[in-house]
Design a protein around this ligand. Structure first.
Ligand SMILES: Cc1cc2nc3c(=O)[nH]c(=O)nc-3n(C[C@H](O)[C@H](O)[C@H](O)COP(=O)(O)OP(=O)(O)OC[C@H]3O[C@@H](n4cnc5c(N)ncnc54)[C@H](O)[C@@H]3O)c2cc1C
Length: 428
């Protein structure tokens, strides 16, 4: 008797998890592989880093999400090698043969050759990195509270965020809310004029993915909140306690956060190179590798030349590619052909903080309270698992009514106490 075709999906982020769930009860044996045993809702990572949400509120065990169908299996493993000719995938656990392979390993930070950035700047791509940043920020305030040297104290209370895209802006607004809400009450003896929050952006405006007017609105809003927005400033080197700008200015800061640039997280041992500035895997309009049509690449990892203009590396793109690839594989199993992938853009929103955001939906520009509210509603709806949705909603309600951040916890024994920017998954 012929066995069911085997589909291996590497990466249980937005794209890979969606692909697996869309293959439920498809008649294929589906093995979803990830180095973590949980799915992370990345857009809310910054709220973990800023003590707003607890880590388990934005992460769900992958096995919980696959329970609904017996053909979906999970393996916690690190992918080490892909042999596209033999159709075999090797992990640190075992080697599998596959009929179809879906690569959905996402992206990682890109440092543009800036020396010291990988070593000293904090990143925000994984849950461990978010916890690591939270621990560090809270530790800086504890140290500053007992520090008598004003120079060292001002360094401890200085934060520089590099990157004026969505991540950088969201972080800046959320840090400000943390400082002016909870921490001001926690540390009544600190001199708050010493707290220095700066957002450094190399281009002359924030939010290059939005129309110019929304970028200007965002910069004005952040400045009015007390954040120093430094446009046209390029970082040339990062140190343990600060950074250099390319015009020679030195900014002292105990915390430098790298919120700019991504590149494909290409699995090791692929028999072909990643391409382009973002080091992604180039795929055809049907998201297949041209030399190996049994292999698909989706999400942040994939470079789709036919969609270069319309895709910008956000979760809805990854989700739609996950749905598409599942359907494409079902068609191939049934001997049918596939139409090219097409992306339906529902619009874009970003949160600034302090009850304001920006957005563009159906060509209409939004700013202020409405996009802030839409952003919260949409994000809570998209979080997988009812428990997490409920907890996030209640936590936000508590935060915004009481103005307090409950997760101001420093875990000394946490695996997050690692060299900055590093997480256990990056240490081998
Ligand atoms: C801080 C931040 C904020 C963001 N905010 C938003 C937002 O508000 N809205 C929005 O739409 N988008 C946002 N994005 C972008 C969005 O998160 C990505 O587009 C989306 O996560 C891409 O999904 P993916 O499935 O391709 O990759 P990911 O979600 O990154 O998942 C990749 C998975 O692959 C696993 N993996 C990687 N390599 C291996 C390996 N070798 N072996 C085993 N497993 C592996 C990882 O553990 C991970 O689970 C944000 C991104 C960041 C970093």
């Amino acid at each position: 008797m012929k066995s069911d075709p085997r589909v291996i999906i590497v990466g249980a982020g937005f794209a890979g998890l969606q692909a697996a769930q869309s293959l439920a009860n498809s008649g294929a044996e589906v093995i979803l592989i990830d180095r973590h045993n949980y799915h992370t809702f990345i857009p809310l990572l910054y709220q973990v880093a800023t003590a707003q949400l607890a880590p388990d509120q934005i992460a769900v065990p992958i096995r919980t999400l696959l329970r609904r169908a017996s053909n979906l299996k999970f393996l916690q493993a690190e992918v080490q090698q892909v042999d596209c000719i033999a159709q075999e995938l090797t992990t640190d656990q075992t080697t599998f043969s596959y009929d179809y392979l879906v690569l959905a390993t996402g992206s990682k930070s890109k440092f543009f050759g800036v020396s010291g950035a990988a070593e000293y700047a904090f990143q925000l791509k994984t849950l461990n990195q978010a916890i690591s940043l939270r621990n560090h920020l809270l530790t800086c305030f504890e140290e500053a509270d007992r520090e008598s040297d004003p120079v060292r104290r001002s360094q401890l209370l200085s934060i520089v965020i590099v990157g004026g895209g969505a991540t950088g802006v969201e972080l800046a607004g959320s840090l400000l809310e943390l400082f002016t809400g909870s921490l001001k009450r926690d540390f009544p003896h600190l001199n708050w004029s010493e707290v220095n929050l700066r957002l450094v952006q190399s281009s002359d405006r924030l939010f290059t993915e939005f129309p110019d007017s929304l970028g200007k609105y965002t910069a004005k809003k952040l400045r009015s909140l007390g954040i120093k927005v430094m446009l046209g400033s390029r970082v040339s080197q990062v140190f343990e306690h600060g950074l250099d700008l390319s015009d020679g200015t030195y900014l002292a800061a105990a915390t430098v956060i790298w919120a700019v640039g991504v590149q494909g997280e290409v699995p090791l041992g692929l028999p072909f190179p990643a391409v382009g500035k973002q080091q992604q895997i180039s795929v055809s309009p049907t998201l297949q590798l041209s030399d190996y049509p049994q292999v698909f690449a989706i999400g942040d990892l994939a470079h789709i030349p036919s969609h270069q203009e319309s895709l910008s590396g956000v979760a809805p793109e990854a989700l739609q590619q996950g749905v598409y690839v599942a359907k494409a594989i079902k068609n191939l199993i049934q001997g049918k052909t596939n139409k090219p992938f097409s992306y339906f853009n529902k619009g874009r929103l970003a949160i600034i903080g302090c009850y304001s955001g920006v957005g563009q939906i159906a060509g209409i520009k939004l700013r202020g309270f409405l996009p802030w509210l839409f952003w919260l509603v949409i994000h809570v709806v998209y979080v997988p698992d009812w428990r997490n949705r409920g907890l996030i909603f209640l936590t936000w309600l508590h935060n915004y009514l009481i103005g307090d951040r409950p997760v101001r916890l420093i875990f000394p024994s946490s695996p997050a106490i690692l060299p900055r920017g590093r997480s256990p998954d990056q240490l081998s």
